[in-house]
Structure formats: structure tokens, C-alpha cells
Design a protein around this ligand. Structure first.
Ligand SMILES: [Zn+2]
Length: 388
């Protein structure tokens, strides 16, 4: 409970945040239940709830069930009072979703990219956001924000410093999108966005320590430690794709040698599939399904290489769960066994006691849902801080 001292408007803001949080976590619930849960007195709760009703964030549902006596009115969060846009900018696609304030997907778009350069991609990205905004049903807050996951390093100003697979350097994407749409924009690495997507809506729900391995063309990781995304001092954490697993291995574009992603990514898979006559993951999955032994063996090798890196991650972070996402998650049936066996054989025994190695539940939508979550959470943080 907040002590009634100091700046009154600050106290009100903090109490508003507490009340809105109670509704977000426990609705439907009554004013009396909020008072019990938060320790705030009933008059304060009633007044703050009225403010939240006036600002369209809370709905009074009327009387609920009661075991006797007067039935209390139940309150609900108005998840459709505003909408968020989430974008997953891939190397050869843009995926966009429109969600309500609980993250439920209301509309979707997918655009195939033919060229990578910022000059041709950015107008398509802005058009995708524009189209999703056009699908927002009438609601008090309209589009509350935009979250974008990108395959590269992003600084605190939302500038993409370096996206090797797109060949972008120094693209001020947040500034460009905020200027165009006039709402807050969050830009983050796609592995961080994927980690958030799985933590909020997928295999990581309710789990405190989660490492998300985005295994696509390269490998990136997003680390949720104690339920918070760990970003490091400059926001650049999670480049575990460049963990060296062979000291004298192949040279990597990063300057190091023997990096994990050279052996365990979709690129590594396709490189080794070339001599077998395959050029994409779809073809390989089909061949494995038809029992091609050389393809099955290739998936096993890639699975082992994924497991080697994951064993290192497990020893460092002692996570509750490691979640494999992005394109390679589609090969779960062919790499899953090898991953599990390799982790079991290589990670320290005590670190494995509570460990689960899972595949992304949100599938291709981990990153885009995480991106939308950024927009939702910054909007709700602003509303909590406004005293509603
Ligand atoms: Zn490297």
C-alpha cells in the first residue's frame, strides 16, 4: 500500500497503476476485491476505478454471482479500447499484426520482400502499418503504438545500427515511424521480440528464466531473466549465435571463428543440403518425411550442433526453459531428439534438474506478437502513470 505522503499526484499515479494492475491480472473482480488485494481503502479504490471507467480502460459489468447478500458489481479490462501494431521485419518478408490491448490478434498481413535495401523496404513497412491501422474498429484510443522486431542490432534511440542480412547500417527506423504515425514506436532485435512473444503468449508463460533461441538464417537469442528481458548495457545482449563452438572452425563474418550459427542455423542446414540437391527447408522436410536417410542424418547433425550451443547456454544461465523458435522450429520432428540427447549428454547435471527444452508455441508469430506486446506495455505504462 502507498503511504499518503509526498506528492499527492504521484501517489495517485502509483495507486492508479496498482488498481489497473489488479484489474489486468485478476478481472473480473469487484471494487471490494481490489481493495482486499491491494490494501487501498475502498473510497480510494472507488474513485480510481471511476477514473479508469471514464478513460475507457475499465468496464463495470454490473452485478456478478454472489453466495448471498448484495451482489457486487464486477469490473473488466476494456481490451478493445485501443489497438497495437506489431511488425516482424524478416530478411525476405514483413509480417504485421493488429492486436487488442490483451494482445489478441485482430488482423494480419504478410508481404514478401524482393529487395533488401532500406529505400525499398521502409515504404513497404510503413504501408503495412498504414493498412493495419485502417482495420482498427472504432475505439477510444485508436492505434496506441507500434512495435517492430528487426534482424539486427538496435540502439536505445531505435536506430538499427547494423542488420547484416539486410545490409542495413544506421537506419533511424523509430524516428521515421514516429514521424509518420505520431504514436510511440519500439524497435528491438527480433530475438528479443520473439522471447517476449513466447514469455507473454507462448511456451514461456509464467516461467521466470527463459532463453529464446531464434534459429533462422543466423542464430540470435533473447534472454528473459526473472521475468524481465535482459538487454545488457547497450541493448546488444544475446548474440549467442557467435558463441564459438569450434576454436579453429570456419571463419565467421563477425571476425571470430567457429561460431555456433555456422553449424546450427538454417543457413548451415541449407549449405550442407546443397550437395544433396536441396535448396530450401520445405524440400528437406518433405524428403525427411519420405524417409531419405541422408536428409534425416543431416537434420540429426544440425540438431546436435544446436544442442551443443544450448548446453553452453544452460551451463551459463541455468534457465527453467530454453525455447527454440524461428524457421528451424519447423524441423522439430527431425532435430528435436538430437537436441534433447545432446543437451542431456553435455550440460551440467544440476543445471538439468528443472530444465525444459521446448519449441516455440507461437510458431512463426513469436516475434510479431512480442513486437505488439512492446506497444501494448508502453501504452499501459503511460496510462498507469497518467493517473488516468
Ligand atoms: Zn560469428
Amino acid at each position: 500500500m502507498m503511504k499518503q505522503t509526498g506528492d499527492l499526484s504521484l501517489v495517485k499515479k502509483m495507486n492508479t497503476a496498482i488498481v489497473l494492475d489488479a484489474v489486468l491480472r485478476h478481472a473480473p473482480l469487484s471494487r471490494a476485491q481490489i481493495s482486499e488485494r491491494t490494501g487501498l481503502n475502498k473510497a480510494t479504490v472507488s474513485s480510481l476505478v471511476q477514473d479508469l471507467i471514464d478513460s475507457h480502460l475499465v468496464l463495470d459489468l454490473g452485478p456478478g454471482e454472489s453466495s448471498g447478500g448484495r451482489k457486487p458489481n464486477l469490473l473488466q479490462f476494456r481490451s478493445r479500447s485501443g489497438h497495437a501494431v506489431g511488425i516482424d521485419l524478416g530478411v525476405n518478408y514483413i509480417r504485421g499484426i493488429l492486436t487488442d490491448l490483451e494482445g489478441c490478434v485482430v488482423a494480419e498481413r504478410r508481404i514478401a520482400l524482393k529487395a533488401h535495401d532500406a529505400k525499398s523496404v521502409i515504404p513497404q513497412l510503413l504501408a503495412c502499418i498504414e493498412a493495419l491501422r485502417g482495420e482498427i474498429p472504432p475505439c477510444p484510443y485508436g492505434m496506441v503504438g507500434i512495435g517492430i522486431g528487426v534482424p539486427g542490432l538496435v540502439n536505445e534511440d531505435g536506430t538499427i545500427l547494423f542488420a547484416p542480412n539486410l545490409s542495413w547500417t544506421e537506419v533511424p527506423l523509430r524516428a521515421i515511424a514516429e514521424e509518420r504515425f505520431g504514436v510511440p514506436v519500439t524497435i528491438d532485435n527480433e530475438a528479443n521480440a520473439g522471447a517476449q512473444g513466447e514469455q507473454r503468449y507462448g511456451a514461456g508463460r509464467g516461467i521466470a528464466n527463459q532463453i529464446y533461441v531464434s534459429a533462422g538464417i543466423g542464430i540470435g537469442t533473447g534472454m528473459i531473466l526473472n521475468k524481465e528481458l535482459y538487454k545488457g548495457s547497450g541493448g546488444f545482449s544475446g548474440e549467442l549465435g557467435h558463441l564459438s563452438i569450434h576454436a579453429d572452425g570456419k571463419p565467421c563474418r563477425c571476425g571470430n571463428r567457429g561460431c555456433w550459427e555456422l553449424y546450427a542455423s538454417e543457413n548451415a542446414l541449407l549449405e550442407q543440403a546443397e550437395p544433396l540437391g536441396f535448396h530450401d527447408l520445405d524440400g528437406l522436410l518433405e524428403a525427411a518425411g519420405q524417409g531419405r536417410e541422408d536428409v534425416v542424418a543431416l537434420f540429426e547433425r544440425i540438431g546436435e550442433a544446436l544442442g551443443v550451443g544450448i548446453a553452453n547456454i544452460v551451463n551459463v544461465f541455468n534457465p527453467d526453459v530454453v525455447i527454440i523458435g524461428n524457421e528451424m522450429r519447423r524441423a522439430e520432428a527431425w532435430i528435436g531428439g538430437a537436441v534433447q540427447r545432446t543437451v542431456a549428454a553435455r550440460a551440467l547435471a544440476h543445471h538439468q534438474r528443472k530444465l525444459k527444452v521446448l519449441f516455440a508455441e507461437q510458431g512463426e508469430k513469436s516475434a510479431v506478437r512480442g513486437a505488439a506486446y512492446y506497444a501494448i506495455s508502453s501504452f499501459l505504462a503511460k496510462m498507469k502513470g497518467s493517473g488516468a
